[in-house]
Design a protein around this ligand. Sequence first.
Ligand code: NAD
Length: 493
Amino acid sequence: MSIDWHERARALQIDGRILIGGKRLASANGETFACISPIDGRVIGEVARGQATDIDTAVLSARAAFEDGRWARRPPAARKKVLLKFADKILGAKEELALLETLDMGKPIQYSLAVDVPAAARCIAWYAEAVDKIYDEIAPTGPNALALIQREAMGVIGAIVPWNYPMIMAAWKLGPALAAGNSVVLKPSEKSPLTALRLAELALEAGLPEGVFNVVPGFGHEAGEALALHEQVDAVGFTGSTRVGRKMLEYAGRSNLKRVYNELGGKSAFLVFPDFDDIKRAAQTVAGAMFFNQGESCNAPSRVLVHESIADEFVSLVAAEAPKYQPGDPLDGRTVMGALVDDGQLRTVMGYIEAGQAEGARAVTGGKQARTESGGYYVEPTVFDGVANTMKIAREEIFGPVLGVIRFKDEAEAVALANDSAYGLQASVWSSHIDRAHRVARALRAGTVHVNQYDEDDITVPFGGYKQSGNGRDKSLHAFDKYTELKTTWLRI
Ligand code: NAD
């Protein structure tokens, strides 16, 4: 029997209080903010508006938990056991978490269920499984000395995450940070705070000691800034815009020089060469990747570079795909594209569409607001032809369902256009010649390059960007580097 998600939503009790030291609390000054669902613009609950005082309490609680060793000094195998239970709890609460995620940020319920919840659980479980299989090192020194090189937990990690994949982004920080033995203070986005609070409750139920994982919802310029400036925070794992990523570096410079790991924006290029033998599949793939999550993905392939000889055909194929992603009610199990996160994002995206038209690009499909009667924030899947790489829609991250096609003459121009961007998160090369695919992949300045596909993804591979897309990597064993210090111990023997 199919679930009536609207009925479930009506029955939902929202608890928006802060979670510090294992307890749910109001903010110190009692302030809250309204949590608005982008599905219909309605208030679904009140959430504590965390301030510097609340962040201070949370960080001190995390520090105390770290210092007394209740988590950090447990053997890795014991931490693993708790975290595996945490992952199971996430899967056990699948429907509730999926509903909260969809209500909070507008993505289709089928994807919250099939993608977001399982990915968050798998991330936690993967780091749990990894942590008791990592060995430290002995350096190849002279015969009379022994140099041990060991990883140690760093201390208190401030995690500041965006709204587009609230649970997954939180899990990418929590998995490696907690498995390594750190304590965490998580500041979710003010646009999507609900699942983070539930994750912290589930972690407690799984046996994570109080104070090890705290959540303070609130605004960026209040709770976020206070966390990034706090002297007792050893590292900040930030995912968000390049604009705020710059601030993270400033905050660290103004405070204790804490480590800053930035996972930032993107403007990923998708290069289609005329020797590729199935351009329909390339068109289907780019539409699927671009319109997934309403285009609100940092790695969305928003700059499509196509050889001039196949560009007309390619544009028609993508334009034919786009309407399959018409926005619908996110709580309807068949919907494939949902609502943009809020009214501000809707206005931003519509502003980019107008800018594209004003600069001479042509919207071959879409370009308008959709489902205006619902009260929510929906935009049609939009494809622009005739885009130049100098236009605003090619240079700036739109973070909405808008794709632009740019034509190129030869391989050198394609690579130059792809690399002519402040960002370097992902890219994709489509060619039936293995030599060209490798040559171009090597020349692209991006953290991840896909060849003849865009769908492969796994927790085992690093995720992050070159240039202004950030530093450091989430996912894979490399993420442990962010949340551990290397200690060398010399012994004379
Ligand atoms: P944002 O930068 O506006 O906000 C991100 C987080 O930072 C939120 O929790 C916010 O409250 C907080 N924040 C905002 N201002 C702050 C300040 N002055 N001090 C401290 N904290 C502050 O980004 P967003 O709109 O939430 O998310 C979209 C962005 O995230 C896009 O640019 C997207 O590309 C990026 N993103 C990157 C990745 C990646 O892995 N590279 C993944 C997902 C999203």
